[in-house]
Design a protein around this ligand. Structure first.
Ligand SMILES: NC(=O)c1ccc[n+]([C@@H]2O[C@H](COP(=O)([O-])OP(=O)(O)OC[C@H]3O[C@@H](n4cnc5c(N)ncnc54)[C@H](O)[C@@H]3O)[C@@H](O)[C@H]2O)c1
Length: 281
């Protein structure tokens, strides 16, 4: 028996990357999954993979920034699968990040669109999910945040602010609906090598990982999916309102690590982080 037998989940942005890994992971444990993505063909490809593994899924092309489309998503989940128990708010406006600059250089339309998708879109999905979860005696929500929402950067001003706000949205939801058995946690990944990012794993990014990440391998979508599945499951029945980092130690150390630490410039003997490996998925 999988941990999600009899459960229904909505996963947004599930056509690719981390969202797809989450949809596959919970479907493998018996969950029926509504695979929502702005890219309809990517959503269909994900449901086809789930079906090929004898799972149950439904693809829906939609934009989380569109309130009507979000309402239709949850109505479809209810009509087709009988309700909603689990929600993974994973979709983000990643296409805007190359234009998401420092505060004085920022195009305000990038700020507005980032907030409309990442933050307002997440809120819209939560508002549709909560009454349906209450009707089924409770539920669990995971909001896909980011390490960028926990520390400042030279760019990504809007993205970082949207993710920090999603952390607090998770806290508010956990506080307001814990009494009706709804849990909500945020997951904050570091650099995770999705297909989109793997294509960009150049020397600059490798150097960044070597300098700042404690574990000498890249993070994979499956690493995040395992954490999301745990937080959605009854194994995490007493965990709510948390922001859980999954970043290979990126935010766990003092900045001197990047320059060899306080041990006189050398990392400990046997330190193997001279190379970053890409494990097979
Ligand atoms: N990959 C990383 O290193 C990393 C790090 C920290 C946080 N995250 C977060 O993880 C989540 C997934 O990131 P990823 O790297 O897997 O991205 P990705 O680009 O590989 O996949 C994102 C998916 O979301 C879909 N999508 C985009 N906008 C949408 C919208 N408005 N409505 C519905 N679907 C939409 C895309 O079509 C795509 O299939 C995001 O919330 C991102 O902020 C990723």
């Amino acid at each position: 028996m999988g941990r999600f037998e009899g459960k229904v989940a909505v996963v947004t942005g599930a056509g690719a990357g981390i969202g797809k890994a989450c949809a596959l992971a919970i479907a493998r444990e018996g969950c029926r999954v509504v695979v929502a993505d702005i890219d309809g063909s990517a959503a269909i490809a994900c449901t086809a993979q789930i079906a090929s593994e004898a799972g149950h899924a439904l693809a829906l092309a939609m934009d989380i920034a569109d309130a009507q489309a979000v309402a239709a998503l949850f109505e479809t989940a209810e009509r087709q699968f009988g309700g909603v128990d689990l929600l993974v708010n994973n979709a983000s406006a990643m296409h805007l990040t190359p234009r998401d600059r420092a505060i004085l250089d920022l195009d305000l339309t990038v700020w507005d669109q980032t907030m409309a998708t990442n933050l307002r879109g997440t809120l819209l999905c939560c508002r549709e999910a909560i009454p349906r979860m209450i009707a089924r005696g409770g539920g669990a929500i995971v909001n896909m945040s980011s390490c960028q929402g926990l520390s400042g950067d030279t760019a990504l001003t809007s993205y970082a602010a949207s993710k920090a706000a999603m952390n607090m949205l998770s806290g508010s939801l956990a506080t307001q609906y814990g009494h009706v058995q709804i849990r909500c946690n945020a997951v904050a990944p570091g650099l995770i090598m999705t297909e989109r990012l793997l294509a960009k794993l150049d020397e600059r990014m490798q150097r960044h990982l070597r300098r700042h990440q404690l574990l000498p391998r890249v993070g994979r979508p499956e690493d995040v999916a395992a954490l999301v599945a745990f937080l959605l499951s009854d194994d995490a029945a007493f965990i709510t309102g948390q922001v859980v980092c999954i970043d290979g130690g990126m935010l766990a150390h003092v900045p001197t690590y990047a320059d060899g630490g306080n041990s006189g410039g050398a990392r400990p003997a046997g330190h193997t982080a001279d190379a970053v490996t890409v494990p097979r998925g």
